[in-house]
Design a protein around this ligand. Structure first.
Ligand SMILES: NC(=O)c1ccc[n+]([C@@H]2O[C@H](COP(=O)([O-])OP(=O)(O)OC[C@H]3O[C@@H](n4cnc5c(N)ncnc54)[C@H](OP(=O)(O)O)[C@@H]3O)[C@@H](O)[C@H]2O)c1
Length: 274
């Protein structure tokens, strides 16, 4: 396990996933400190080394916490500055300035005409969000001074879940609205929880909901077309397209949320497509 001692850091969940791994690579390259939850820490380290990051950067800027999203203690360690949260003196607790989550389940096909696709954990996104909220509530309760530095959150959701405007191209609508009904119910609940908890009395300072179109490619930051070539929309005026590269989504989140603080997108549901 590597450990950072920085005061400002970004907490990552799902950093072995394509979009979030690309975002973490750009974040570390830009000199930020970060923490990350990983079920298999060596998988994350290997992915970062394969992206061309130097081991010294990983060792000095990143703290990897081994754990599952069901493990509240591990989540609290990711959200704070150390891995022994329960024994930490009150005034030494630091809290992440931003949370980036790209947690998602593994798609699975099943014998059903009405709902042919499900995922291995159909409530993974909602469960992750609930657990992050509970972890923050426990941190605030144990260390009230941390409420002065509440983190913002950016979550990766999907197109096809808007109640305001259709954001899926015509040719994909049956696939999205029928085939992906199970994972989309989970994404909608995640969005609801995030939005509800980003008010002035909520656990988050602000929230950015990122809705990519169908993801293609992998995390490699050398692939993709570059974040500046993305079409970017808002919920009432979405950018409609078929696919978007994972590497570009991750880079957009780093450039427009991590590096800027994300304030200009707080409260928004941002569609991204190539
Ligand atoms: N597929 C699409 O076309 C599409 C379109 C729009 C949005 N999305 C959504 O966009 C998000 C990012 O997708 P992606 O393809 O970049 O990433 P991904 O491959 O779906 O990565 C999922 C991440 O979640 C982690 N994870 C899963 N279950 C976990 C658990 N119980 N505890 C801790 N970590 C857990 C995985 O860790 P491990 O490495 O340990 O498995 C991995 O880091 C996902 O939510 C996805 O559903 C997908």
């Amino acid at each position: 396990m590597t450990t950072s001692t920085a005061t400002q850091f970004i907490a990552f969940f799902g950093a072995t996933g394509g979009c979030t791994n690309a975002c973490l690579v750009h974040t570390l390259k830009a000199g930020f400190f970060a923490t990350a939850l990983a079920r298999t820490p060596s998988k994350l380290t290997d992915m970062l080394l394969a992206q061309g990051l130097e081991k010294s950067i990983i060792d000095t800027q990143l703290t990897i916490v081994k754990g599952d999203i069901a493990d509240l203690l591990a989540i609290k360690s990711v959200l704070t500055n150390n891995n022994t949260f329960e024994s930490t003196a009150a005034d030494s607790v630091q809290i992440a300035s931003q949370i980036i989550s790209g947690i998602g389940g593994t798609p699975q096909m099943r014998m059903s005409l009405s709902k042919p696709m499900t995922i291995d954990n159909p409530e993974i996104c909602a469960t992750t969000t609930k657990n992050i909220i509970q972890a923050l509530q426990e941190i605030y309760s144990a260390h009230p001074s941390t409420t002065q530095h509440k983190p913002s959150i950016a979550v990766i959701s999907t197109t096809g879940v808007s109640d305001v405007r259709e954001d899926v191209p015509f040719g994909f609508r049956t696939f999205y609205h029928v085939g992906l009904a199970v994972p989309h119910r989970d994404k909608k609940e995640m969005e609801r929880l995030v939005s509800e908890n980003a008010s002035s009395t909520g656990v988050f300072r602000g929230a950015v909901i990122v809705r990519p179109s169908l993801l293609k490619g992998d995390q490699s930051v050398k692939s993709g077309k570059g974040w500046q070539k993305l079409k970017v929309g808002k919920e009432d005026k979405p950018a409609v397209g078929f696919t978007v590269h994972r590497a570009d989504v991750g880079q957009w989140i780093c450039e427009q949320v991590v590096k800027t603080g994300g304030e200009s997108y707080f409260g928004q549901k941002v569609t991204l497509t190539n």
